[in-house]
Design a binder for this molecule. Structure first.
Ligand code: 1AE
Length: 409
């Protein structure tokens, strides 16, 4: 793929076209998304305007698509002088109107490093999260609140405590938790901070609360500052629903002193088709990092909502690729149970956050035992002990393997 040369953002598209029309279509994208339109515009020929014009960098036929069409990869360079360093400018330029132009998919984005450095990127990144939590040398473990809606604050605190006693590092709200009918996010943070202190006296481990940042968009910044100062351990944000630009603004705010965790809700609408939309390693990888997510939740290749393994690997590569921004912590999720930990570490290394809801709450011994089973699985993987072997001295892990399998890895 052509990479960004100084002064251009290079976008690569996959689409079907008649072979004799390919070059013309590529040129119409380059001009149409910069200085021109579907008809000749006299001012587009002026010298000053010409430096803003897109450039076709590559046209490559990759397959026969039948019916006289070919599948082609087309790369277009867009001068960075056309953009402000905002997610809205980037997305609207490279795939605004074009995303509605039939079967076309944005598959790669190459951004000049000096332009990337104008974005905040992750405030903490992997090292910052490790130093805030004190967790080194192993994956972090996060439990997802299940059944939050409809619970009053006392009930929520009881659920939080049950999870915290399992020894997890983070407990996050379910992303669907928006209602404030029973407790506001502020009340939850205050109550959970106290519950976390009580639990840590028993477990000897610190647990952080990742609170769902909710409410009207323009009120998010003040709320984020408030939640951070009350003791939230991280802010969970439904990035695609609120918009990448919202994440960018929050990440750039020096008064929001906690990591931001990006939830992938709604992202499938962008990446799931092979012919339309935007590749998952851009939607959940490159763009999340550029906008400033510290932790990125994504569907693992093995659970209940899956992403192909190849795509998952590519996505994580984007979260870590040296580009002048801090690397993000990947959080493979959805249908994760203890028996999957060896596979996740094999695929993604130890700089990751294991994230489980049903795999903790569905443990036969309850959520505390569910957390312990994951702690035992992570410990076994780090020691290089097969889970089946480790389970002989770890009853919670044994029960999890018995229920969900996975001990043979
Ligand atoms: C990919 C998103 C996963 C998620 O948000 C979630 O709640 C998962 O829950 P479990 O672990 O599948 O129960």
């Amino acid at each position: 793929m052509p990479s960004a040369h100084s002064g251009c953002v290079v976008a690569t598209y996959l689409f079907e076209e008649r072979p004799d029309q390919l070059q013309k279509r590529a040129e119409s994208i380059a001009v149409g998304l910069t200085v021109g339109s579907w008809t000749d515009l006299p001012q587009a020929k002026q010298e000053r305007v010409r430096q803003h014009c897109g450039v076709v960098e590559r046209v490559e036929v990759v397959a026969d698509a039948g019916d006289g069409l070919v599948k082609a990869l087309v790369s277009v360079g867009y001068p960075v002088i056309n953009f402000t360093p905002t997610m809205a400018a980037l997305l609207t330029t490279v795939f605004g109107k074009l995303s509605m132009d039939g079967k076309i998919r944005l598959v790669e984005l190459s951004l000049p490093e000096d332009w990337v450095r104008q974005f905040p990127g992750p405030k903490f990144g992997v090292e910052g999260i490790r130093s805030r939590t004190g967790v080194q040398g192993r994956p972090l473990l996060m439990s997802i609140f299940k059944s939050c809606i409809g619970n009053n604050l006392d009930e929520l605190v009881a659920h939080f405590t049950e999870q915290a006693l399992g020894g997890v590092d983070f407990i996050k709200d379910d992303e669907i938790f928006f209602t404030e009918a029973y407790a506001t996010p502020e009340q939850r943070v205050e109550a959970y901070v106290k519950a976390a202190e009580r639990a840590s006296r028993e477990t000897g481990r610190q647990v952080q609360y990742a609170v769902n940042l909710t409410g009207p968009t323009f009120a998010l910044r003040d709320r984020a500052r408030r939640l951070a100062s009350l003791g939230a351990g991280a802010l969970l944000l439904n990035v695609v629903a609120y918009g990448y630009g919202v994440l960018q603004e929050l990440a750039a705010d020096p008064d929001i002193g906690v990591p931001i965790m990006a939830h992938p809700a709604v992202s499938g609408a962008l990446y799931a088709s092979a012919e339309y939309g935007i590749s998952s390693h851009l939607v959940l990888g490159q763009l999340m990092r550029l906008a400033g997510a510290d932790i990125v939740i994504y569907p693992s290749p093995y659970g209940s909502v899956t992403l192909e393994r190849r795509e998952g690997l590519k996505l994580v590569e984007e979260l870590r690729r040296p580009n002048g921004l801090k690397p993000c912590l990947p959080a493979p999720s959805a249908g994760i149970y203890p028996g999957l930990v060896p596979r996740l570490v094999r695929d993604f290394g130890i700089d990751l956050m294991v994230n489980a809801g049903g795999g903790i709450h569905g443990h036969p011994g309850g959520a505390t035992a569910g957390g312990r089973a994951f702690v035992q699985a992570i410990d076994a993987v780090i020691r290089g002990v097969p889970l089946g072997e480790a389970a002989k001295d770890a009853p919670e892990l044994a029960a999890a393997l018995e229920k969900w399998g996975g001990g043979a890895d």
